[in-house]
Design a protein around this ligand. Structure first.
Ligand SMILES: [Zn+2]
Length: 234
């Protein structure tokens, strides 16, 4: 991980090496108006979702006229910047280096319980013929497993999906409370679907602890949203 301090977003070096790929995980200071000011990105159309904590995946094969509803986007089109907005949830960016397919995914606990990231990887394979071995995946900053306290309801939903296991740690003091390892859940979904762990990268900061980032749990309704993005030029 490397922070481009002048520009206020984080980059994954292995993804920077992919020709014609743009990506980044914005800090709390980075706004969409900052993108519009960047002359080298003037050819890109910014694409946002109305995120609803679902497992809805949008395949973008036309430039959308309005925001689509859902929590993941996949495209093979150049000159789109796919955006995910988060404050504690996990943003994930994916690229197939061979087929030149990109995806951006919003992984909160709800989407993760519905295996949205795993389903994105399946869709990339089915729809575009991607291979797991060609994928690079970047997990952005999210709330850490030491800070992400959830209730019994969340634990039971994952358990019903046969998906709880090692990712919930019982709270040492509070009954029926757990700490959820959101990154761990999503990492396991990818690895179990053939993505090589050495091709998965992570910004290992807790949004709740690190004030460079925005945290809904810390700042409540005054927390804004951080912007993660991925796009391709020709
Ligand atoms: Zn923390």
């Amino acid at each position: 991980m490397k922070q481009d301090s002048s520009k206020d977003f984080f980059l994954i070096p292995r993804m920077e090496e992919v020709p014609h790929l743009l990506h980044g995980f914005g800090t709390g200071r980075w706004k969409d108006s900052d993108f519009k000011r960047r002359p080298e990105w003037k050819d890109f159309k910014l694409v946002f979702l109305n995120q609803i904590h679902s497992d809805i995946i949008q395949i973008i094969d036309n430039v959308p006229r309005e925001n689509l509803k859902g929590d993941a986007m996949i495209t093979d089109l150049p000159f789109l910047l796919l955006f995910i907005k988060t404050a504690d949830c996990l943003p994930v960016l994916v690229v197939d280096r061979v087929r030149r397919i990109i995806a951006a995914v919003h992984c909160g606990w709800k989407g993760s319980s519905k295996r949205i990231l795993q389903r994105v990887i399946q869709r990339m394979k089915e729809h575009y013929g991607c291979r797991s071995s060609s994928l690079l995946v970047a997990m952005g900053p999210c709330i850490g497993s030491e800070c992400y306290e959830v209730g019994e309801d969340v634990f039971q939903i994952f358990k019903k999906e046969d998906h709880a296991g090692e990712f919930f740690r019982p709270h040492p003091l509070r009954r029926r409370k757990y700490f959820l390892d959101l990154k761990g859940v999503n990492l396991s979904q990818m690895v179990s679907h053939g993505v090589d762990e050495k091709n998965i990268f992570s910004i290992d900061s807790c949004t709740h602890c690190d004030e460079n980032f925005l945290s809904f749990r810390r700042d409540k309704n005054k927390a804004g949203r951080m912007l993660s993005f991925i796009g391709m030029s020709l």
